[in-house]
Write a protein that binds this ligand. Structure first.
Ligand code: ADP
Ligand code: MG
Length: 663
């Protein structure tokens, strides 16, 4: 019987290891979480051979009592939960008591620890789940765990590991993001003696993000200062028989606090890899929060693009269930939809307030690796965002850096994307960046500008300000480019505005306002327009007919799969009315299947605005240009059209000066 129990425990540990220990980075995740739970402020990680040969983590946490050091390797041994009630409100990162036995079952592990409460510490050595020794040792307070030869006894697992670069990138990315979650702590990560990350304690997330990403990237991010949300919970149910005459208890209030950093809508990523969500200090993946973030950028960013975001949501542990999966990366919220809307609105509000502006892209500055030592020292990590992984993979680990490896390392996103401005009647497409003179590079030999060129002394030296739309109300129109783009001067540089998307934004906000007030301006049609629908369109029509009507598209069924349009929003040409309705129905069918009413409403407004807006290739009277700029300045969100395209580009005074080698 005893044998059977031992065997099943061993197998159970390996099974648990299958779920918990997928790769070296998952070992680091578990050990790092243990160190954080132990209250450590100083964490150092060393890896060899991308974590296959060695992973070592040292912390200055509370350490373990000698008796506990061995117990910690028993299955389900934890100091963090004592009874089932605790499961309802987990405030620590760990709680399952599975990590240490799982890791010890698939590696050669050495634990050295000393508790604050004891004079001597303990060393425990285990290989493949078998205890080799347990000794009393002298060492400082805290814990050090070395994990050697991961998966030495599970060759099948080993085969699933990817290249050294990939495995190391996962480790790097993980440690980096935990460091962002804990700015007040020191984190160091070394690979074979080479420093990959070293951050000292700082007091704010912004400071930590600056340490990690450097100043360049910080320019693209806006800060979401802590924002509170109180959810009033209904009082507990009292059966009628048990009711007393006492006044009902005050409803409980659950408090949520959200803070973080998010990118402006001009940072458009191809996937969600740059979205980091922390709930009560735990890095998680969560569809609901992802959706809330996506919804915040709805109508600001094209569909299928994703922002960079670092969001920290803190709440009462009872509000979130973390016991969903052994790797503890998924959570379930008790009041999911209220939190969804809170996160969406908080992010949207901060985007509205900050209004970051797209600048005219200059030719890419040299890749980070070629930058001067000073520039490089600015970042604690050479590799920003999740390009961390991509870049780690691109750089040969031990080879000396060659030109070839430099070239494959992708540069920062904003450097890569040179949004093209395409003017239909002009060949070839015009990229403004091509026309900008090359900026000075550190390696280029720059001749000093002789003093005779004169300084721009009348200009306030404030061109280092964060780029915003603040100058928009004072734009002085200079003219129109290709009958499509308005060129204007402002105190902060030269602006180019796409007349179509600018007008689209103006109309979009106007329609949304009128729609909310139930006062959409309409035009009655002399003859109703009759429209034949496909079965799919007909189905969508039934779903969104009310929304069409509320937008001034007065329609009614007219026989089988046919509708009659009797009125349309003012300002829309008759020829466009039919197109608007078909377009809305088609989008509803393909993209908005699971959309909320709010998304459908915004989409209907966006489609109408797009059709009614001034087109490109249209000459505008100076008066009309002035009117458009004023109307745009009055917009709540004058940065992108409802489909997410940028409205304005700015060639900042600073960049102009740089390009002319004046600064
Ligand atoms: P869990 O974290 O779910 O409790 P683990 O297997 O990860 O389970 O760890 C088991 C126990 O070992 C923890 O509950 C904790 O008491 C102790 N422990 C692990 N790592 C450390 C550490 N770095 N410092 C102090 N105690 C630790
Ligand atoms: Mg743990």
């Amino acid at each position: 019987m005893g044998r059977i129990r031992i065997l099943s425990d061993n197998v159970a540990n390996k099974i648990a290891a299958g779920e918990v220990v997928e790769r070296p980075a998952s070992v680091i995740k578990e050990l790092l979480e243990n160190s954080l739970d132990a209250g450590a402020f100083d964490i150092r990680i060393d890896a060899e051979n991308a974590g296959r040969r060695l992973l070592r983590i040292q912390d200055d946490g509370c350490g373990m009592l000698r008796d506990d050091a061995l117990l910690a390797f028993e299955r389900h041994a934890t100091s963090k939960l004592s009874d089932v009630k605790d499961l309802l409100a987990i405030s620590t990162l760990g709680f399952r008591g599975e990590a240490l036995p799982s890791i010890a079952s698939v590696s050669r592990l050495l634990l050295e620890t000393r508790s604050t409460e004891e004079q001597t510490g303990a060393a425990v050595e285990i290989a493949g789940g078998k205890l080799l020794r347990c000794d009393e040792i002298a060492r400082p307070v805290g814990t050090a765990i070395s994990v050697r030869d991961l998966f030495f006894n599970v060759p099948a697992r080993k085969k699933f590991l990817r290249s050294d670069q990939t495995e190391l990138a996962h480790i790097g990315s993980l440690v980096t993001h935990y460091s962002l979650g804990h700015p007040n702590k020191r984190f160091e990560l070394y690979h074979e003696g080479r420093e990959l990350l070293a951050v000292t304690p700082v007091s704010t997330l912004r400071d930590r993000a600056f340490q990690v990403f450097g100043s360049e990237i910080m320019q693209d991010l806006v800060e979401l200062a802590p924002r509170r949300f109180e959810l009033r919970l209904p009082p507990p149910y009292v059966p009628p028989g048990a009711r007393t005459h006492e006044p009902p208890p005050e409803p409980d209030v659950a408090e949520f606090v959200l803070e973080g950093l998010v990118s402006g809508p001009h940072v458009q990523k191809q996937n969600r890899n740059s979205v980091y969500l922390f709930v009560n200090g735990r890095l998680i993946r969560d569809k609901m929060l992802q959706h809330a973030l996506q919804a915040a950028y709805y109508n600001l960013m094209p569909a299928g693009c994703y922002p960079f975001a670092l969001l920290f949501l803190n709440c009462d542990p009872a509000e979130v269930d973390v016991n969903v999966h052994p790797s503890k990366t998924e959570v379930r919220f008790r009041h999911g939809s209220a939190i969804h809307d809170f996160v969406r609105d908080a992010v949207r509000d901060v985007l509205m307030e900050s209004r970051p502006v797209s600048s005219i892209p200059l030719p890419p500055s040299p890749p980070i690796r070629k930058a001067s030592p000073e520039a490089r020292e600015q970042r604690a990590v050479e590799l920003p965002f999740s390009e961390f992984s991509a870049r780690m993979e691109a750089i040969a680990l031990d080879e000396p850096e060659t030109d070839a490896t430099r070239d494959v390392a992708p540069t920062h996103e904003t450097e890569e994307r040179a949004p093209e401005i395409f003017v239909p009647s002009v060949q070839p497409p015009v990229t403004i960046a091509n026309h900008a003179p090359a900026p000075a590079t550190p390696s280029a030999k720059i001749r000093r500008v002789p003093d005779t060129h004169g300084a721009l002394d009348h200009m306030a030296p404030d061109w280092d300000r964060v780029e915003t739309y603040a100058a928009l109300p004072d734009l002085r129109p200079l003219g129109q480019l290709h009958d499509s783009f308005i060129v204007a001067a402002a105190r902060d540089g030269l602006w180019i505005i796409d007349q179509h998307v600018a007008h689209e934004r103006v109309l979009f906000e106007q329609i949304l306002r009128q729609r909310a007030a139930g006062a959409v301006e309409i035009q009655q049609l002399l003859m109703p327009l009759v429209l034949q629908l496909t079965p799919a369109q007909n189905f969508e029509y039934a779903r969104i007919a009310d929304e069409l009507n509320a937008h001034g598209l007065d329609t009614e069924p007219f026989g089988q799969r046919t509708i009659a349009i009797k009125a349309a929003p003012a300002g829309v040409g008759t020829a466009d009315i039919e197109k608007i309705v078909t377009e809305i129905l088609d989008i509803a069918e393909s993209e908005l299947r699971s959309a909320s009413l709010d998304e459908i409403r915004r989409n209907v407004s966006a489609t109408i605005a797009c059709r009614a807006a001034i087109k490109v290739n249209m000459r505008l009277e100076p008066k009309k240009i002035e009117w458009l700029l004023r109307a745009l300045a009055a917009c709540e969100y004058p940065m992108t059209c409802p489909h997410g395209r940028p409205i304005a580009l700015r060639y900042s005074t600073k960049d102009i000066l740089k390009s002319f080698h004046r600064i």
